[in-house]
Design a protein around this ligand. Structure first.
Ligand code: ZN
Length: 149
């Protein structure tokens, strides 16, 4: 009896581990680097810095809606920039001190993934600039229902 039970515990934790691995695998190594290791993609290289379609930007890590295209603006920095999140609860702020510089880190409130940084030189009405890595985002068009081509 005892042996059997132990084995079951082992098997279920192995399954959780396995499922976790599978979930991880859906991310590219660049996405993992940014979301989990607070990486930053080089400016002007991401897929969304010069992207102007109407829709919603979701967290690449967990699918949480993070930003609406209506709050996206051209900051000239080479990273997708927004002046407000889709929902005040979507983004977690975290003070981040690197090389004597104080920055506010933007994290996904759901999965804790690193998204980018928040600066206070953005446009009206908020004056904020959410400087986000393209690789941390997954864009979906507004009025396009799940169509596969
Ligand atoms: Zn997330």
């Amino acid at each position: 009896m005892k042996k059997l039970r132990r084995r079951n515990v082992y098997e279920s934790s192995a399954l959780v581990y396995y499922m976790g691995e599978r979930k991880e695998r859906r991310l590219t190594s660049e996405q993992k680097h940014i979301l989990k290791e607070k990486g930053t993609e080089p400016a002007f290289t991401g897929k969304y810095w010069n992207h102007h379609e109407a829709g919603v930007y979701y967290c690449a890590g967990c699918g949480m809606p993070l930003f609406n295209s209506t709050t996206k603006f051209d900051s000239g920095t080479g990273w997708p920039s927004f002046f407000a999140p889709a929902d005040t609860k979507a983004i977690k702020e975290n003070e981040d001190k690197i090389l004597l510089m104080k920055r506010v880190e933007a994290k996904c409130a759901k999965c804790d993934g690193h998204l980018g940084h928040i600066f206070t030189d953005g446009p009206k009405p908020t004056g904020l600039r959410y400087c986000i890595n393209s690789a941390a985002l997954e864009f979906k068009k507004k009025s396009a229902p799940e169509k596969k081509r």
